[in-house]
Design a protein around this ligand. Structure first.
Ligand code: THU
Length: 134
């Protein structure tokens, strides 16, 4: 699947954002190695700390469906509907990615009209993963 197509799916996913507090809609589209795409949106809560990011929504959906291998994720976020970005994943989402994805896992972000691809190792260098406990 082309990066652009995944970005369009992430924009579609953001339509279901529940974000009455920040008014910042985030959407994610996660491609698994099986070829399936899992969509996620941010889901806020009156107890702010219980908010769940779009990326983790997508990962938790996929993992709970039995997926374990992932290729790439597209993430978009915006207060308006133009999703000009960039909206980079927060630290907690990067850590969840590191649990399930290899360092070359791709994170696709929208930067204005451009689409930019980053690897997980770029966004989370020197990460703490299960190999540290071997
Ligand atoms: N948010 C995400 O969905 N993903 C991120 O990686 C960063 C932040 C959401 C959480 C909250 O609903 C809103 O953006 C503002 O922080």
């Amino acid at each position: 699947m082309q990066d652009k197509e995944l970005v369009l799916l992430a924009i579609k996913a953001a339509e279901n954002s529940y974000s009455p507090y920040s008014n910042f809609k985030v959407g994610a589209a996660l491609l698994s190695k099986s070829g399936k795409v899992y969509l996620g949106a941010n889901i806020e809560n009156a107890a702010f700390g219980e908010t769940i990011c779009a990326e983790r929504t997508a990962f938790l959906k996929a993992i709970s469906e039995g997926e374990r291998d992932f290729v790439k994720i597209a993430v978009v976020g915006s207060k308006t509907d133009d999703f000009s970005g960039p909206a980079a994943p927060c630290g907690s989402c990067r850590q969840v990615m590191a649990e399930f994805c290899s360092p070359d896992f791709e994170i696709i972000l929208k930067d204005g009209s451009e689409i930019k691809t980053h690897t997980l190792s770029e966004l989370l260098p020197l990460s703490f993963t299960k190999t540290a406990m071997d």
